[in-house]
Write a protein that binds this ligand. Structure first.
Ligand SMILES: Nc1ncnc2c1ncn2[C@@H]1O[C@H](COP(=O)(O)OP(=O)(O)OP(=O)(O)O)[C@@H](O)[C@H]1O
Ligand SMILES: [Mg+2]
Length: 424
């Protein structure tokens, strides 16, 4: 049980940490990328401004035109992964300089900076304005390959990814130690509580047995006894029985995770259910309850027949106890693939939707249960669940108030015992 809680704690802790680190990485990556592209925009703007100032323009009597001559010192401006493109005011390309992989092939647009993710190039376009009359004679677009930025981002990704992995690994290791440490006092407290329940139940058994024996003996010789005294002894015997059952149930629950599996054998579940049907036939008849069954023959499973009998006793007893006179209790057993399904269905008082989750809690009883079954302690279903789980199975319940309930037990089937296989 604690192992499971430990794993769940560790898993949630790592999940939260991974989410925080993931968000952190995402934010850092975006911030880093923005800072790199902003820096690039500034550099390209600076190069563009320098190019505009240093270029020579062709002047005729009316117009000034972009005419880049061969003496233009492009190497002074451009790095290996940068390029210059000159456009006339209409946006037509007039000239270009630089390396092939740095050119933007996107159509001209004065609204820059622009990025082409396919070509991995970023560009900045600046207007060229000459003369004192501030006349626009064209544009220059400076572009640079984004390969450097990509490489930097790649390095950052590897760094952050590696960092996250190492952080998760270290957190996982420290998490295991921390959860072990944190759970230690809880585990010890739980063990002490279990030991106390075991000891108390054990110690209570002997005096309770003594009371029960004395009350039973007294009730054997009732001649000369006052009627009121007889009633007192009867209620002492009944209360003692109830307490003995309660202590046995508590003892079982305190020890249930230690149910030895080495004594398990191949059990014929159909036989167990058949026997129980015979046993509860009279009780059902007394309440005029129609007890029906539909059992597949020879349902074999590996387990403890005494515990399995106890499991189904609790379910059948509940079905009869919580069903009013002339109701129906139906027991169905079937096998689908490797799983055995036993359904105990009744048309009884049912369980309210808000209480469905509580039925397997120890000592929980619905308000109206006392009027149906006086002596109950609310441990029957907790025991049934413990037995099913210790056999690797599961109990589920569906119910509707005042309509009825259906408890389904799922258990793993096994093959028939060897001696039976040889006979057939
Ligand atoms: N078949 C059922 N129909 C309606 N309510 C049920 C049914 N089975 C269980 N319950 C509800 O769940 C509660 C817990 O059941 P559980 O068997 O654990 O305890 P109990 O029957 O009260 O006492 P006992 O320890 O004697 O079994 C019951 O008190 C009852 O309110
Ligand atoms: Mg019960």
């Amino acid at each position: 049980m604690f192992q499971k809680i430990r794993y769940q704690l560790l898993l949630s802790y790592l999940l939260v940490l991974a989410t925080i680190l993931g968000v952190f990485t995402f934010v850092v990556r975006i911030a880093f990328y923005r800072s790199l592209t902003n820096q690039l925009t500034k550099t390209l703007t600076f190069i563009g401004q320098s190019a505009i100032v240093n270029a020579h323009y062709d002047k005729n009597f009316k117009d000034v035109k972009i005419q880049i001559d061969r003496k233009f010192p492009e190497k002074d401006f451009l790095a290996a992964d940068q390029a210059l493109q000159w456009f006339n005011p209409q946006g037509d390309l007039v000239a270009q300089q630089g390396k092939g992989n740095a050119f933007l092939t996107l159509p001209f647009s004065a609204n820059e900076p622009v990025q082409s993710q396919e070509e991995k190039v970023q560009g900045v376009t600046l207007p060229i304005i000459v003369n004192n009359d501030r006349k626009l004679i064209g544009y220059v677009r400076v572009s640079q390959s984004l390969e450097d930025i990509d490489q930097s981002l790649n390095k950052l990704d590897w760094g952050l990814g590696g960092g996250i992995c190492i952080a998760l690994l270290l957190s996982g290791v420290s998490g295991i130690l921390l959860t072990r440490q944190a759970m230690k006092p809880i585990e010890e407290g739980f063990q002490r509580f279990k030991q106390f329940t075991t000891d108390a139940s054990h110690e209570l058994r002997s005096p309770l047995m003594a009371i029960k024996i004395n009350a039973t003996v007294a009730l054997k010789y009732i001649e000369g006894m006052r009627e009121t005294d007889v009633k007192k002894f009867q209620s002492i015997a009944s209360a003692t029985n109830q307490m003995i059952r309660l202590t046995e149930d508590l003892l079982f629950l305190a020890r249930y995770d230690k149910i030895p599996t080495q004594n398990w054998d191949t059990v014929n579940l159909t036989v167990i259910l058949d026997n129980l049907l015979q046993l509860y036939k009279l009780q059902a008849e007394a309440k005029q309850i129609n007890l029906q069954s539909e059992l597949i023959q020879n349902l074999y499973l590996l387990g403890d027949s005494v515990q399995l009998t106890r499991l189904f006793t609790n379910l059948i007893e509940n079905a009869i106890n919580y069903t009013s006179n002339e109701g129906l209790v139906e027991i169905k057993a079937s096998q689908i693939g490797s799983q055995i399904y036993v359904k105990v269905r009744d048309t009884g008082v049912g369980i309210a939707l808000e209480n469905i989750d509580k039925v397997f809690d120890r000592f929980w009883r619905a308000e109206q249960s006392r009027s149906y079954h006086l002596g109950g302690s609310g441990l029957g279903l907790a025991i049934a669940q413990a037995i099913a789980e210790s056999h690797g199975g599961l109990i589920t319940v569906t119910s509707q108030l005042n309509v009825g309930s259906c408890f389904t037990v799922r258990l793993s089937a096994s093959t028939a015992p060897l001696e039976l296989k040889i006979k057939t």
